[in-house]
Design a protein around this ligand. Structure first.
Ligand code: ATP
Ligand code: MG
Length: 173
C-alpha cells in the first residue's frame, strides 16, 4: 500500500522544478509511471525535456499553453487555458495509472485566481489515497499548504544571477 502524499515545493529559491523532476526520475527508476504537466510554457527546458524522452512509456509529459506565459493581456484566454490544464490534471489524477502526478508551476493558477481554489483543493484532497501529487511554484496559497502532507520552501540565499552569471547548460536548462 502506498501512502499518497500531496507535496508542495514553493518559495523564491531555485530548485522547485528540479526537485519535482528528481522525484519523477526516482519513481521512473522503479518502473513506476509518472505524469508531468507543465503549466507555464518554457518552465521545462531542453535538458529535462530530452532527459524525459529517455523515460518514454514511464514519464508522460504535457506542456500547457501556446505562448502561455501569464503576461498575456487576454485574461479570458488565460483562464480558459488554466481550466484546460486543470482538467488534464484531474484526468491524470483520477486515471489511477500514475504513481505520481507532477503539476509544475501550478501554484500560479491559484495565486492569480485563474481557478477557484476550493474545488481544486477538494479534488486534490479527495483523490485516491494511493496517489502522490507534487505541486511546484512560488506563492503557494496558505490553503494549499494547509492540506499538503509535505511542504518545502526553497529560500533564495544566493543566486548566481545576482553576481551577473548568466543561465548555464545543465544548471538552468
Ligand atoms: P529550477 O527549475 O532550476 O528548479 P525553480 O523551479 O525553483 O528552479 P522558478 O521559480 O520556476 O525556479 O524559476 C525558474 C528559473 O528562474 C530558473 O532558471 C532559476 O534558475 C531561476 N531562478 C529561480 N530562483 C531564482 C532567484 N532567486 N534569483 C534569480 N533567478 C532564479
Ligand atoms: Mg520552476
Amino acid at each position: 500500500m502506498t501512502n499518497g502524499l500531496l507535496i508542495v515545493f514553493t518559495g523564491n529559491g531555485k530548485g522547485k522544478t528540479t526537485a519535482a523532476l528528481g522525484m519523477a526520475m526516482r519513481a521512473a527508476g522503479h518502473g513506476l509511471k509518472v505524469c508531468c504537466i507543465q503549466f507555464i510554457k518554457g518552465s521545462w527546458q531542453y535538458g529535462e525535456l530530452d532527459a524525459i524522452k529517455r523515460f518514454e512509456g514511464l514519464i508522460d509529459l504535457h506542456v500547457m499553453g501556446k505562448g502561455f506565459t501569464w503576461k498575456s493581456e487576454n485574461l479570458e484566454e488565460d483562464a480558459r487555458l488554466a481550466r484546460e490544464g486543470w482538467d488534464l490534471a484531474c484526468t491524470a489524477i483520477a486515471s489511477g495509472i500514475y504513481h505520481t502526478v507532477v503539476l509544475d508551476e501550478f501554484t500560479y493558477l491559484l495565486h492569480y485566481q485563474m481557478l477557484e481554489i476550493d474545488p481544486c483543493l477538494q479534488i486534490l484532497t479527495n483523490r485516491n489515497p494511493n496517489q502522490h501529487v507534487v505541486i511546484t511554484g512560488r506563492y503557494a496559497p496558505e490553503q494549499l499548504l494547509a492540506v499538503a502532507d509535505l511542504v518545502t520552501e526553497m529560500r533564495a540565499v544566493k543566486h548566481p544571477l545576482q553576481a551577473g552569471i548568466k543561465a548555464q547548460k545543465g544548471i538552468e536548462f
